[in-house]
Design a protein. Structure first.
Lengths: 600, 344
C-alpha cells in the first residue's frame, strides 16, 4: 500500500509563544509524582458490553514497528501499536465512522466555522501518572507544526496555506483558530496523539525529537494517554504492552478500562505464518486476512470465529502512464503513450474489464466491484444508488473503432488490434510481486484485453522498484495498484486527486495541471476542503468522481472485504472496516474466563 | 546384450512420454490459457462407466457440476445426467508441433467442459496446462542440455587434446563457472533485461542461460577422456602417419567420448528441466499465461492453495515419470558402457 502523505503548497509559522515556555523545560528533570489514579477525574463511560478484567491478548504484526514515536510513524505496524499507547483530543469512532469525544470532553465551533473551543477532561494523567493539562496540548501542537520535526500529520494542520493557531484559555480549555473553514471539521483532531511535555520537551529543545522514542526506549521514559503502556520489547520477537492504570474510560459499571492486563505483539513476517500461528492457538486475533486464507480458516474453524466485516476502504485500480513524454524515450514507448492518452482507449479498457470476475476469482466473492474510489465501506460518502455500465466488449470495440483503432488477422487466425499505422497494440502491466491478489487481477485483465485483440504482458516487480518506476523514472506502460484511505473522508485522499499531489499516480507532482479536467478536479478538491456543509462537500466530491469515471485516468477494479478472525474467548470483538480493523476498541476487548485462560 | 535391452526399454518409455507432450494439442481438450471464470479450482472429474441407477455404459461419461449459491470453490456433482465423452472430435483449432494446423482432440464433451485433472484458480484446465507446460519445460531442458553438451564437448576435447596453457586456462574457467552462485546471477541478469519479455524470448533466454552456465561439468569429463585418448597407441600411430589435428579429433578422440556424452545428456536433461522449473517457480522464467511446469507449481507458494487444493500438486507428479525415465536411462547407459569396456 502506498503510504500517503499530504503535500500542500502551504507553509507553517509556529505561532506559539515559545519564549513563554522556555523556563518550563526544567520540569522534565522532575521525577514523576507517585500519583494514584484520580478518583474525581471526568472519565468517559463506554457503552459497550461489560467485560471481565484481566487476561492478555496475543496478536501478530507483519513487521516490527519502525518506531513508537507518533511524530515519525508512518508504517502500519507502528501505527497499530501507537494506537494502543496514545490518545487524541477527538477520535473518529471506527465503528460508526463519526467523531466521538476523547481527551476533549466537549467542543464548540463558532458560527463562521473558524474557531474551535475544546474543553479537556478534568483530572487526566499520562500513563506514568503525570497530570495532563492544556500546556501539554500546546506543546504537542507546537511540535506537530514545527517544520524541523517533519511530522507526517503536519500537512493536515495547515488549511489552505495557514497553520492552525492554538491558544490556551485556562488549564482545561483551548481554542484552535483556522484561517478558513475546514470541511471535515473536528475530524482534524483524530490521530494527533497528545504528547507528554514533561518527557519530550528536553529532546525537542535539543532537536532530537524525531530520534527519541524508538523501540528500545526504556518503558519508564515512554508515556501516553492510550489504554496501554509499554512494558517490554524483545528485538525480533515481541513487544509487550500492559494496562495503563490512568486510562480515562470506564465501563458502565464503573470499572476502569482497559479490561486486558497485557497485549503481546509477535513479529511474524509472512501472512501464511500468521495464519498457522492463529490456527495453532498461539495468537488470539488475526487481521488483514486474504480471502484465500480466510476460507482456509473458516473451513476448519474450531475455537475461533472468522468475520467478514464487509468492504473496507481499499480500492484497486489500473492506471496508464499519462506523464509527459520522456525526452529520451524510445519511439515505441512514445507510441504506446499516445494510445494511453486517448480517452476513448481508456474507456474501452474500462468497458472490457470483468470486475465481477475479479471479485469472484481474486477475492472469492469477498469484495465488491468498483467504478470509483469510494467503496461501499465508506458509509457516509458512497452512493449506493449509482448505476454503472455492465461489462461490454461490443461497447469497448465501438470505442476503439471511434478512436481510430482497427483489427487485423493474426498468424493463427486471432484478431489483433492495430492503431492507425497498423502497429499491433501491445503493452505491459506492472504489479507488485509480493501481492498475489494484484498479480491475479493483472492476469485476469490480460485475458479480458486479449478478447479485444490487445496483447498484454504482466510484469511482477518488487514493490520498491515498482514505485520507483511509477514516481521517479516513469518508465512503465500501465500498473495495477491499490490505495487504502485511513479515514472515510475524501481529504485523506486529497493528494491522489490534486494534480500537484505526490500520489497523483498517472502523472504525479505536476506544477500546472496537464489537462483541463485535472484542473477542474484541483478546483473541486480545494473547494470541498473549505465547504461548510456536508451536502455541499458531497456534491463537489461527486463531481470529482464523475470526472474520474468520464476520463478514466484510473480504471477502478475492486475492493476487498476486511477479513478478520478471533478466538471465541475474545469479548467485545467488533471489527471495523477502518484501520486498525480489530483493535480500534482495544480498551473494550476482554478475555472470557480469564482465569482459565491464565492457567493455560 | 541384456543391459542394452534395458536402456532401450527406458529410451522407448521416454519416446512415448515425449510424443504425448509433443501432441499436447491433441491430447488436451482445451486451450491452456482459456479461462472458465465460473469454475475456479474444480477438483478432478471422475470418469464413470456405471451411472447412478446402476446402468452400465460402454461409452465413459462424467457428471456435470453445480455451484451452490454463494460458494466459491465448492461444487456439487450433478449425478442426474451422465455426460458422455466423445473421442476424436473436432474442437478448438491448434497447431500440432507448432506448425500443422489441426482441430481434432482425443476427447471432449459437447455440453460441459471436462476437467479430468481439475482447474486452477482461473478456471483453466490443468490437464491441458500440464501437457502444454511440458512442451516448454521439456524442450527448455533438451535444448539447454544440447547447448551445454556441445559447448562442453568442444571445450573439453580442445582442452584435453591440446593441453598446455590452453588446458590450464579453460579448466580454471570451468572451475570458476561451477563456483558461481548462478541462481543469483540469473536474478541479476533478469533485472537488467527489458521489463516485459514475450514468452518466446523468455524461453530462449532461459535455454541460453542454463545451457551456457552448464558447460563446465561435461567439459571436465570430456577433457579427461580426450587426455587419455590422445595417448592411445593407435592415435599416436595415426599422428605418426601425419594425420591432422582435425582428423585425429574427428576420427579417434571424439568417438571415444560418445558414450560419456550420452550418459551426461541423460543426467543433464532432467537437471535442466528442474532448473527451468526452479526459475519459473521463482517468477523469473516463462511469464503468464503461457504454462510451464515451474509456473504451474508456483501457485503452491501460497499456504491456502497448498492446504486446500491437492490437485495443484499434479504438475509435480507429472514430472516424476520423465525424471525416472531419464535417470534410469543414464544408469543403464553407464552399465552398458562398463560392460562394453570389459568386453574390449
Amino acid at each position: 500500500m502506498v503510504q500517503k502523505c499530504f503535500h500542500q503548497t502551504l507553509h507553517v509559522i509556529a505561532r506559539f509563544g515559545a519564549a513563554v515556555y522556555l523556563a518550563l523545560f526544567l520540569t522534565a528533570f522532575e521525577a514523576a509524582p507517585q500519583a494514584t489514579p484520580d478518583s474525581h477525574a471526568e472519565l468517559l463511560v463506554a457503552t459497550s458490553e461489560i467485560g471481565q478484567r484481566g487476561g492478555r491478548l496475543v496478536l501478530s504484526l507483519r513487521a516490527e514497528p519502525k518506531t513508537l514515536n507518533p511524530l515519525v510513524a508512518s508504517d502500519a505496524p507502528s501505527r497499530e501499536v501507537i494506537g494502543a499507547l496514545q490518545a487524541d483530543l477527538v477520535h473518529i469512532n471506527r465503528g460508526s465512522q463519526l467523531t466521538d469525544p476523547a481527551l476533549a470532553k466537549s467542543w464548540k465551533v463558532s458560527q463562521d466555522g473558524l474557531l474551535y473551543t475544546l474543553r479537556l477532561r478534568r483530572g487526566l494523567q499520562f500513563s506514568d501518572g503525570h497530570p495532563l493539562d492544556a500546556d501539554d496540548v500546546l506543546f504537542t501542537f507546537r511540535v506537530y507544526l514545527d517544520e524541523a520535526v517533519h511530522a507526517p500529520q503536519r500537512d493536515l494542520l495547515i488549511v489552505d496555506g495557514k497553520p492552525l493557531e492554538v491558544r490556551k484559555l485556562d488549564a482545561q480549555t483551548l481554542t484552535f483558530r483556522l484561517r478558513k473553514p475546514y470541511g471535515a471539521g473536528e475530524r482534524l483532531f483524530d490521530g494527533l496523539a497528545i504528547l507528554p511535555r514533561h518527557i519530550l520537551e528536553k529532546p525537542y529543545q535539543e532537536g532530537k525529537l524525531s530520534q527519541s522514542w524508538t523501540l528500545s526506549v526504556p518503558p519508564g521514559q515512554y508515556a501516553g494517554l492510550g489504554p496501554f503502556r509499554l512494558k517490554e520489547y524483545v528485538a525480533g520477537q515481541r513487544l509487550v504492552l500492559e494496562r495503563n492504570p490512568y486510562y480515562w474510560k470506564t465501563d458502565s459499571k464503573g470499572t476502569r478500562l482497559p479490561y486486558l492486563d497485557e497485549i503481546v505483539f509477535l513479529f511474524v513476517p509472512s501472512a501464511d505464518a500468521q495464519v498457522l500461528r492463529f490456527q495453532s492457538g498461539e495468537t488470539d486475533i488475526i487481521t488483514r486476512l486474504g480471502a484465500e486464507n480466510f476460507s482456509v480458516l473458516s473451513r476448519q474453524a474450531h475455537g475461533y470465529t472468522t468475520t467478514d466485516a464487509g468492504p473496507g476502504l481499499e480500492y484497486n485500480f489500473l492506471f496508464f502512464n499519462l506523464n509527459a513524454s520522456h525526452p529520451n524515450a524510445s519511439p515505441e514507448s512514445d507510441r504506446r503513450q499516445s494510445w494511453f492518452r486517448n480517452v476513448k482507449f481508456r474507456q474501452a479498457v474500462s468497458a472490457a474489464v470483468d470486475r465481477q470476475a475479479i471479485v469472484r476469482l481474486v477475492y472469492q466473492g469477498r469484495g465488491v466491484p468498483l467504478w470509483g474510489p469510494v467503496t461501499p465501506g465508506n458509509r457516509r460518502w458512497s452512493d449506493p444508488t449509482a448505476k454503472h455500465p455492465a461489462r461490454s466488449l461490443d461497447a469497448a470495440r465501438e470505442l476503439l473503432r471511434q478512436a481510430g483503432f482497427s483489427w487485423k488477422k493474426g498468424l493463427s487466425g486471432e484478431q489483433i488490434l492495430v492503431d492507425q499505422d497498423a502497429i499491433p497494440v501491445e503493452f505491459s502491466i506492472l504489479t507488485s510481486a509480493s501481492n498475489a491478489d494484484r498479480t491475479k487481477m493483472s492476469t485476469l485483465l490480460q485475458d479480458d484485453l486479449k478478447q479485444l485483440g490487445i496483447r498484454v504482458q504482466v510484469v511482477p516487480l518488487e514493490f520498491r522498484s515498482l514505485l520507483d518506476r511509477v514516481n521517479q523514472t516513469k518508465e512503465y506502460d500501465a500498473c495495477v495498484l491499490g490505495l487504502a484511505s485511513f479515514d472515510a473522508d475524501p481529504n485523506s485522499d486529497i493528494n491522489v486527486w490534486l494534480s500537484s499531489g505526490g500520489t497523483h499516480l498517472w502523472n504525479p507532482s505536476q506544477t500546472h495541471p496537464a489537462t483541463s479536467w485535472e484542473a477542474e478536479m484541483d478546483r473541486l478538491m480545494q473547494e470541498q476542503l473549505v465547504a461548510r456543509t456536508f451536502d455541499e462537500r458531497k456534491k463537489l466530491y461527486a463531481r470529482v468522481q464523475q470526472i474520474l469515471e468520464e476520463y478514466q485516468p484510473m480504471i477502478f477494479l475492486a475492493s476487498p472485504d476486511i477479513l478478520v478472525g478471533a478466538r471465541n474467548t475474545v469479548g467485545n470483538f467488533h471489527p471495523a472496516v477502518l484501520e486498525p480493523y480489530a483493535l480500534w476498541n482495544v480498551e473494550e476487548l476482554y478475555v472470557r474466563n480469564s482465569a482459565e485462560a491464565a492457567s493455560k | 546384450m541384456i543391459r542394452q535391452h534395458k536402456s532401450a526399454r527406458w529410451f522407448f518409455l521416454l519416446v512415448i512420454l515425449h510424443v504425448i507432450v509433443l501432441g499436447a494439442g491433441f491430447f488436451a481438450a482445451y486451450d491452456p490459457a482459456e479461462q472458465d471464470r465460473d469454475r475456479p479450482y474444480v477438483p478432478p472429474m471422475r470418469i464413470h462407466f456405471v451411472d447412478a441407477t446402476g446402468k452400465f455404459h460402454l461409452r465413459p461419461f462424467v457428471y456435470g457440476l453445480r455451484v451452490p449459491e454463494g460458494a466459491f470453490d465448492r461444487y456439487e456433482v450433478d449425478s442426474s445426467q451422465p455426460i458422455p465423452l466423445q473421442f476424436f472430435v473436432t474442437g478448438a483449432p491448434f497447431r500440432l508441433l507448432g506448425v500443422l494446423p489441426c482441430s481434432r482432440h482425443l476427447f471432449r464433451s459437447e455440453s460441459v467442459r471436462v476437467y479430468l485433472l481439475g482447474t486452477d484458480g482461473y478456471g483453466r484446465d490443468l490437464l491441458s496446462r500440464i501437457l502444454f507446460g511440458g512442451q516448454i519445460s521439456l524442450f527448455a531442458g533438451l535444448l539447454a542440455a544440447t547447448l551445454s553438451l556441445l559447448l562442453g564437448t568442444a571445450i573439453g576435447t580442445m582442452s584435453g587434446y591440446f593441453g598446455g596453457s590452453m588446458d590450464g586456462i579453460l579448466m580454471r574457467l570451468a572451475e570458476l563457472c561451477m563456483a558461481l552462485p548462478w541462481l543469483y546471477l540469473l536474478f541479476a541478469l533478469r533485472a537488467f533485461l527489458a521489463l516485459s519479455v514475450s514468452p518466446l524470448k523468455a524461453f530462449l533466454l532461459i535455454v541460453l542461460a542454463i545451457g551456457i552456465l552448464g558447460w563446465a561439468r561435461p567439459a571436465r569429463l570430456v577433457r579427461g577422456l580426450a587426455l587419455s585418448a590422445k595417448e592411445r597407441d593407435f592415435v599416436r600411430a595415426a599422428r605418426g602417419f601425419g594425420a591432422s589435428h582435425f582428423y585425429l579429433l574427428r576420427r579417434h578422440v571424439l568417438p571415444q567420448t560418445r558414450s560419456v556424452v550420452l550418459t551426461q545428456a541423460a543426467i543433464l536433461i532432467p537437471q535442466f528441466i528442474l532448473a527451468e522449473v526452479t526459475l519459473s517457480f521463482l517468477g523469473i522464467g516463462i511469464p503468464e499465461p503461457t504454462p510451464s511446469w515451474g509456473n504451474l507449481l508456483s501457485s503452491l507458494q501460497q499456504y491456502s492453495v497448498l492446504a486446500s487444493y491437492w490437485w495443484m500438486y499434479l504438475p509435480a507428479a507429472a514430472m516424476v515419470p520423465f525424471f525416472i525415465g531419464y535417470l534410469c536411462l543414464s544408469s543403464s547407459l553407464q552399465d552398458a558402457l562398463r560392460t562394453a569396456k570389459i568386453d574390449s
